[in-house]
Design a protein around this ligand. Structure first.
Ligand code: PLP
Length: 431
């Protein structure tokens, strides 16, 4: 459920007509709904309410400060995967005691920042990383609470680029090596073994792979405890899928019941890291039609948003519903059109041809379910400005990230001395 609905013939975010925002800030822009973020967080929190659970929103899904702050106010912690995300979470008001630092390649300086901030836990993914963390922690005189991220060799049955729990993936410690790595960790200075972590992928639409991974982890906890390790936390990652088209993901309630039944009796504090499930449906990308071009097979609706703004369709062949901002009249004729961006790549399309009502230059379209892995994955390819992000709450809206303009970009570039004005080409250059 989300709060982007037609009211009086036009698409609104909560009580704000999208057209008003477009008139005010120009297109394209991302628009997030506070009520939707809050709803998703609450539904998830309720679903795991029977557990001693800490929800650490996976900041990488949407790291806008206003998004993180909205969730932090509801009590959410944060799962961060870089020093940058750590800083964002802290600035947005997430207490360090609710921050988990994950990621497959943390640098020593990122580790130091996390330890100085006092994060709840660092999830370690390799032996060299464990050794580096031990060195950093010892130098700082801090004991790092550590979970080892294990690779349960489970197929998440999702897009290959976002499956992370198979033995051939780069993530986590391979299953056979896990007990040895815990033994090593237990003997390292500055390391306090706190728990086990697992995250098998994203946009997972079936409970079975989660269950399989969590059952393996539950068994592992027994083995580790028998080996003398105090396993206090179980970080079960994120990955719960959402409907983009006609998918039927498990509900948070079903997920919560499964988690409770598998790990509820282990006596561990459970950490959950939902990202997409919280932010996905809470955002849309609004774009204006530049023109409509007749193609050999179907018309192309060329819009002012492109793959640099929302890369999911070209990166994962992802489907995003596209709707006109002006509500089409009931029974309007639909025509198959392909909505594409202006970028010089055939992959710059928002998907296969779709049935849309008559579309003209100047019309506004909304690309739905763009709140997760949308703005955060944007680039400035083709020297296109990074688009603004807008947050709506009931009848109010605010720009929560300004457009990053071409002038902003150019101001960060400079010519080397040898290309400066008034200098001759170097001898030999251009021969
Ligand atoms: C990406 C990621 C998540 C969030 O995944 P979603 O599919 O967005 O829920 C959680 N934990 C870790 C370690 C991740 O890398």
């Amino acid at each position: 459920m989300d709060h982007f609905q037609y009211t009086d013939g036009e698409l609104c975010a909560e009580a704000v007509p999208i057209r008003h925002i477009a008139d005010d800030v120009g297109t394209p822009f991302y628009c997030y709904s506070t009520a939707t973020l809050e709803r998703h967080y609450r539904v998830f929190a309720e679903a795991v309410g029977g557990l001693d659970a800490t929800i650490c929103y996976a900041v990488k899904a949407n790291s806008n400060l206003a998004v993180i702050a909205t969730l932090a106010r509801l009590g959410s912690g944060a799962d961060v995967v870089s020093g940058g995300e750590l800083k964002r979470a802290l600035v947005a008001g997430v207490p360090a005691s609710k921050i988990v630092f994950s990621g497959v390649g943390k640098t020593a300086s990122e580790m130091a920042a996390a330890l100085k901030a006092g994060v709840m836990q660092v999830n370690v993914e390799s032996v060299p990383e464990l050794e580096t963390l031990s060195g950093v922690a010892s130098m700082l005189g801090i004991d790092a609470d550590v979970a080892i991220r294990v690779n349960p060799d489970v197929d998440a049955l999702t897009h290959e680029k976002i499956a992370t729990g198979k033995s051939e993936n780069k993530f986590g410690i391979d299953w056979e090596s896990v007990p040895g790595v815990y033994r090593l960790a237990a003997g390292l200075e500055g390391i306090r073994v706190a728990g086990v972590a697992v995250h098998i992928g994203s946009q997972i639409l079936d409970l079975a792979p989660f269950r399989e991974a969590y059952e393996r982890v539950a068994e592992l906890v027994g083995t580790l405890k028998a080996d003398g390790h105090a396993i206090e936390t179980l970080d079960l990652g994120g990955g719960l899928g959402i409907p983009y088209e006609d998918e039927r993901p498990p509900s948070p309630k079903e997920y919560g019941e499964m988690v409770t039944s598998v790990v509820g009796g282990l006596g561990c504090r459970v950490i959950l890291e939902p990202g997409r499930m919280i932010a996905g449906n809470a955002g849309i990308l609004v774009t204006r039609v530049i023109n409509v071009k007749q193609g050999a097979n179907h018309p192309f609706v060329i819009v002012d948003a492109a793959m640099n703004d929302l890369v999911r369709p070209s990166l994962y062949n992802a489907h995003h519903a596209i709707v006109p901002v002006a509500e089409p009249p009931a029974g309007a004729d639909l025509k198959e059109v392909e909505v594409v961006g202006p970028i010089c790549e055939t992959g710059d399309t928002f998907g296969k041809p779709r049935p849309l009502p008559e579309i003209q230059a100047g019309d506004l379209l909304a690309i739905r379910t763009a709140g997760a892995y949308g703005a955060v994955m944007a680039s400035a390819y083709n020297t296109r400005p990074l688009v603004p992000e807008i947050m709506v709450s009931e009848g109010d809206f605010a720009v929560v990230r300004d457009r990053i303009t071409v002038d902003d970009m150019l101001a960060r570039e400079g010519l080397p001395g040898w290309l400066a004005e008034g200098r001759e080409a170097r001898p030999g250059a251009g021969d």
